[in-house]
Design a protein around this ligand. Structure first.
Ligand code: UD1
Length: 417
């Protein structure tokens, strides 16, 4: 298994370009199942989760006409298989987003239940409840979610918990349902808004995206999708923190500063200098980092997907900070590893109390999930001495060429095959 080796202590300086958003392309890829024809998607980040979703689409009968230079052409005219097998779904929970589109397109679906996940139980009960309300017969058998329906029907549905992929799944199903669907307490993440906008361009009638209530007027067919994926806000946030934690001076190109506001504000509170331009940000870490508190929330709150990286920064802040995780039940896997580098962190349920230390030291580290791995990379960049991070397949799930991008900024980092 590959490992990443980092010799810490190098100040990051230079320019780095962001890739397309993983969490935006995954639902769009699932949405191609609602169409019959040639879908063209550009600015596709080449990360493992995306490759997994493409394999899944192929297993369902999609033909990959071409995939090069971040552009993919998918022909969905012959989609005829309704089974999403365990070996693909188990490696990526987001594959459950094919459930809604398959029921809408084929009237049947057999999707393996996603396996347990390092950041909590992560049920899909709301996806299932919503599809049942739309008239589908949905049941669990031998680890698979089975679904059958003649024609999905419009509904009014309230999400007890705000769910990103849950909102996407039901929105996609409702696009080809009969009548109007009203989804309440939905996710407002830019990735959900983008999906709605892209579906509308393909002929869907969705309104309210970006607010708490989304309305969908069902239609009978969609045109193929054509779009370019917007830049990844979590990748951007990770590089912002990389600049801050190394006291660097980094310009991040091809980003959407507006999507980063909760992170920008927290970093500014921590006394990091940030200059914002249209599609660009310059992050200058000069002087000591001030300890600040953070509490994760669905968008537009502080993202749970940046919590681990932000905690890495706070381990080196002056004073004590409190970070609360309110979205997931068990998302502090990075804490034990950060402590092995000399961080002073106490955990109390969903709360981490971080007392800043003067320095971290390099160590042998183990990545546990995607964003936790990123936090270890950040800590290692700032630590004294060498760190070796194993199980970095987690990083490959969501970050495009991380070693290359960091190394271009001056980090001493390489991959051991
Ligand atoms: C998405 C993102 C992930 C991010 C998360 C929260 C993608 C591909 N993944 O994951 O990177 O960390 O949003 O911003 O976009 N829940 C239920 N029942 C359900 C569904 C969710 O109880 O049916 C709970 C979850 O356990 C969790 C919370 O709702 O506690 C939020 O989860 P959700 O928004 O669904 O996360 P994902 O969509 O899986």
């Amino acid at each position: 298994m590959d490992k990443i080796v980092i010799e810490g202590g190098k100040r990051l300086v230079g320019t780095v370009k962001m890739s397309g958003a993983k969490n935006a392309v995954l639902p769009v890829l699932a949405a191609t199942l609602l169409t019959e024809g040639r879908n063209v998607i550009d600015n596709v980040p080449e990360v493992r989760d995306v490759l997994t979703m493409i394999k899944l689409l192929e297993a369902l009968g999609t033909e990959v006409e071409n995939y090069s230079n971040e552009k993919i052409i998918l022909d969905t005219s012959k989609v005829n298989n309704s089974e999403a097998p365990y070996d693909l779904v188990s490696t990526m929970r987001a594959s459950c987003m094919v459930l809604g589109p398959l029921l809408a397109r084929l009237g049947k679906a057999r999707v393996s239940l996603p396996g347990g996940c390092a950041i909590g139980a992560r049920p899909i009960d709301l996806h299932i409840k919503g599809l049942q309300a739309m008239g589908a017969k949905v049941w669990l058998e031998q680890g698979y979610v089975h679904g059958e329906v003649d024609l999905l029907k419009g509904i009014s549905f309230y999400f007890d918990t705000v769910s990103v992929t849950g909102t996407a799944n039901l929105m996609m199903a409702a696009v080809l349902a009969e009548g109007e669907t009203i989804l309440e307490n939905v996710a407002k993440e830019p990735e959900v808004v983008f999906l709605a906008d892209i579906l509308n361009l393909a002929g869907a009638k969705i309104s309210g995206q970006g607010t708490d209530i989304i309305k969908i007027q069902g239609t009978t067919a969609l045109k193929p999708i054509e779009c370019a994926i917007f830049p990844d806000r979590i990748e951007t946030g990770t590089y912002m923190i990389a600049a801050a934690i190394t006291q660097g001076d980094v310009t991040i190109e091809n980003c959407i500063p507006q999507h980063l506001e909760p992170i920008t504000l927290k970093l500014q509170e921590a006394q990091v200098d940030i200059e914002v331009e249209k599609n660009k940000m310059r992050i200058i870490g000069k002087g000591p980092i001030r300890a600040v508190n953070a509490r994760t929330h669905p968008y537009p709150g502080f993202p749970t997907d940046i919590q681990a990286q932000f905690m890495a920064l706070m381990t080196l802040a002056q004073g004590q900070s409190i970070i609360m995780e309110t979205v997931f039940e068990n998302r502090f896997m990075h804490v034990a590893e950060l402590k092995r580098m000399g961080a002073n962190i106490a955990l109390d349920g969903h709360t981490a109390i971080i007392s800043g230390v003067k320095g971290l030291s390099g160590a042998q580290l183990m990545a546990t999930d995607l964003r936790a791995s990123a936090s270890l990379v950040l800590a290692a960049l700032a630590a004294k001495g060498e760190s070796v991070i194993s199980r970095i397949y987690h990083i490959d799930r969501g970050y495009v060429s991380m070693e290359e991008k960091l190394s271009n900024l001056g980090a001493q980092i390489h991959r051991l095959k």
